[in-house]
Design a protein around this ligand. Structure first.
Ligand code: DGJ
Length: 335
């Protein structure tokens, strides 16, 4: 009898998980973020693109129990930025060409090329201890199919570690990459996106986790200091043109909080019928338990050359109207 009840209860739990998994209405910074199957989202150091009405989130898959001979990139899809469906690992790659054990794949970003109809993934690829400093490219015909490795190289001959992705309002794609001896570089891609073509700017600041957004006529770039997995005070600069001149870098949050424990990875602009929300996407790394690394997503206070990440708190977004609200503001007056 007891066993029957246990089985019935387990079935109910599984069923409830499926039903309720689609019901996220709140983004909770720094907490576990369940996907449609109830598993914590594994899309670290990620990048998001919007195709039609669907957002695709690609990132480092660092779940427990993966085969250590491979590196994995996950893909999740969402229509509301809160409920994410796991579409599988779109990259499962073994050492591409003699990079050696402990080779590294980080910060994948996917660009969709409308002309070639190809999805082109850029990744930071490296050998042990980050000695090689290259990007790799993999390609697919679908956003959520298995991407095929193509090549690895140093963009424009420069060292490249952390990469960032920026797509301007006119659709032009840019790769942001950290060239340690010099700073961070912004470069255009070739027409087929299979190469880094031309440097637009070198920002002579030693920063990684580079992210850019174009908001109301100004470009804002964010980066973090070079402190490995440890959080530090991330900073931002502004410019009227991507080619600069860029302003000096200023804090994006109270420096003593070390960006609330997060490291920048992307700035996502959500434009709707009533307004625009720019989201700061950050990773909260847990180097010893990488699978448990968290995300801080917060709507930015941004405009007129100023940018500020408010203290992380639960919030919600309406991607149709572009509006966001803190949960505590929604609860005012309710008891
Ligand atoms: C900081 C980078 O931003 C991460 O992507 C990762 O490369 C760590 N450094 C490794 O220490």
């Amino acid at each position: 009898m007891k066993l029957k009840r246990l089985i019935a209860f387990s079935c109910f739990c599984g069923f409830a998980q499926i039903i309720f998994a689609q019901k996220e209405t709140i983004i909770k910074p720094n907490e576990l973020w369940p996907d449609d199957k109830g598993n914590h989202i594994q899309a670290h150091g990620g990048g998001i693109i919007k195709l039609g009405k669907t957002y695709y989130w690609y990132g480092e898959e660092r779940a427990q129990g993966l085969d250590s001979n491979y590196r994995y990139v996950s893909c999740y899809a969402s229509k509301d930025l809160m409920n994410w469906t796991f579409k599988g690992d779109v990259v499962k790659m073994s050492d591409p060409d003699s990079m050696g054990a402990k080779w590294i794949l980080e910060r994948p970003k996917v660009f969709y090329n409308k002309k070639t109809k190809k999805y082109v993934m850029y990744m930071h690829i490296d050998s042990k201890n980050y000695k090689t400093a290259q990007v790799a490219i993999a390609v697919c015909d679908k956003p959520d199919g298995r991407f095929k490795y193509v090549k690895r190289f140093r963009p424009l001959g420069h060292e490249s570690r952390d990469i960032g992705q920026f797509i301007d309002d006119d659709g032009t794609p840019y790769l942001v990459f950290e060239d340690r001896p010099f700073g961070f570089r912004i470069a255009t891609l070739s027409a087929d996106y299979m190469n880094v073509e031309k440097e637009v700017c070198l920002i002579p600041a030693h920063m990684e986790g580079g992210a850019i957004v174009h908001y109301k006529g100004l470009y804002y770039s964010i980066g973090s200091a070079l402190t490995g997995w440890k959080a530090n005070p991330n900073k931002y600069a502004t410019a009227k043109s991507l080619s600069g001149p860029w302003s000096e870098f200023k804090d994006i949050a109270p420096p003593e909080t070390n960006t609330y424990g997060g490291q920048s990875t992307m700035l996502l602009k959500v434009e709707g019928t009533k307004g625009t929300t720019v989201i700061f996407l950050a990773d909260v790394w847990k180097p010893k338990t990488q699978w448990d690394s968290r995300y801080i997503w917060m709507p930015l206070e941004i405009g007129d050359g100023k940018l500020w990440v408010p203290e992380p708190k639960p919030w919600t977004i309406d991607v149709k109207t572009g509006e966001n609200k803190l949960v505590e503001a929604l609860n005012v007056g309710q008891n």
